[in-house]
Design a protein around this ligand. Sequence first.
Ligand code: MIC
Ligand code: SF4
Length: 643
Amino acid sequence: MNIAQKILSDHLVEGRLDGTGELGIRIDHTLTQDATGTMAFLQFESMGVERIAAERAVSYVDHNTVQIGPENADDHAYLKSVAARYGAVFSRPGNGICHQLHLERFGAPGKTLLGSDSHTPTGGGLGMLAIGAGGIDVAVAMGGGPFFMPVPKVVRINLQGRLPVGVSAKDVVLHVLSILSTKGNVGCILEYGGDALSALDVPERATITNMGAECGVTTSVFPSDEVTRRFLKAQGREGDWCELRADDDAEYDRVIEVDLSMLEPLAAAPHSPGNIVTVASCAGTPVQQVLFGSCTNSSYRDLKTVAMILKGQTVHPDVSVGLAPGSRQVLEMLAQEGLLTDLIKSGVRLFESACGFCIGNHASPGEGAVSLRTSNRNFEGRSGTKSAAVYLVSPETAAVAALHGVFTDPREVCAGLPAVMPPAVYEIDDSMFVMPPADGGKVEIVRGPNIGTVPVNPPLPEELNGRCTIKVGDKITTDHIMPAGARLKFRSNVQRYAQYVFEGVDPDFHKRASALRDEGLHNVIVAGESYGQGSSREHAALCPMYLGVKAVAAVSLERIHRANLINFGIVPFVFDKADDYNAVAQGAILKIEGLRKAIEGDGRATLLVGDDGKPVALHVDLSNRERAILLAGGLLNTIAAKY
Ligand code: MIC
Ligand code: SF4
């Protein structure tokens, strides 16, 4: 067996690994963050379960820490109390970014982790099977329910050779993205192996698994070896280590060979993580902003490298440079070693240990500015500035540009520097984790006015009768559907947040959609390829559901978003013929006679378009479980029926 199969078979509760349908797996750890976590916990509460059943559930606060207005603080208070009530560990704001923290303090090889954040696969760097999902799936896993996924295709990525100086883990994953792109990888797991692994420390492996999310895969996983043992030992957790490797005769659906010694510094150019160019091809382009941090590249190794490059020099006068350490552990270690002083002396602006700039919460670049970031997503407008040109690069490339004011190949500068060695001991300080009391029964849950309710959805109607309320193109991300940044603070309040559905694409969408819903008609979203890329935010399904969206008809859909649509009773149809996308205009009257019957049956339906009812063939391939959820009008309704 390969590593993915080993972990899956250890956790299998439904289905067959050699089958073709769905697998149900037991989840050991869950991870939630504040932006998706409030809804996940509200859903968990509505399930009526007395106590969290997962072995370890951690509720992190890292996304909404800017706190303009009372909403974020209200959310934090709710999350803290609900964690104590039901038995989750609460990670206080300021402690760091969920993925970095879970890697440092909780992750363990061979375990499964389900997180309500698309970068949960970061844990794959430790040999976990770590998967991103919608909040309601995580709520079910907290309650001890299985997580369902299609039997994966496992792709082996064989890493050979040594990385040249100045080329690092970010360049490896950007290279993988240049091969696999951001689409067409739904249902795959990337499994890393090869001789190069002994020289890749866990935080570097985690950078690679983190950004595998941008390929749209289910997860990425590394073996657990001596490097993993050393990392866990340095974190004071050697007891959590176990060996995990693929059998010699393990089989894979595809094998990709990568010779690390041939790699050069790369960048993801605007506006997609899959738009890979060489740094050399950008050399000389003026840069106005450089930002270090995010869950991709904010480890001790990354930020020490930056400090060493900047030491003794001041950042270029035309560049604004900011840094957000991944965790308090990283920040404390930088401080103890004097590296923080070096960074401050160089003119770096220090941000808190949180997602911050990565999600457009602050530090938006100027109009049309070029911004180099070590983060993982550069979707148009995500930075808060639509016209900005955001490039995703390694810490080395970003640091050298911060000094030179232009895109510069970092290899020469790095050649003169000593290598950063993994520390023998990390600074361990768990004081910002609040452990739940043994009996949370008496804890009172704090609900400020920002804490909304979970909207209910009726069962799927007999027929679809409405309009194409919006028609969008290819690669529409969940950032397009539900904007983040300044709007994130409405995450706990669906009714309020729903006013911003498709805000950046078509600000009038929500008005048209609510008007149609109030007339008793249905809204349909028509989309091109890879609809719903990016984040795991279930609000991209939940808010459209609230506005009366009953179906999406797309050329293709991404994994997490498709699952979220089903969880909220929206049918994720695919055009039989991709060309039929052109047959539906925005505003067109749409009908499906016998919608319920189609879902009860083989998932094939005829969409009647326009006044003359021109037929267009659609289909949706559903498991029995998914079929039941859709017919009930969403997952909460099927759970409610069980209690
Ligand atoms: C992201 O990077 O897009 C986010 C913000 O972390 C999201 C989660 C969210 O929308 O809250 C993700 O990656 O799932
Ligand atoms: Fe936070 Fe950015 Fe990572 Fe999402 S990608 S979890 S916003 S740091």
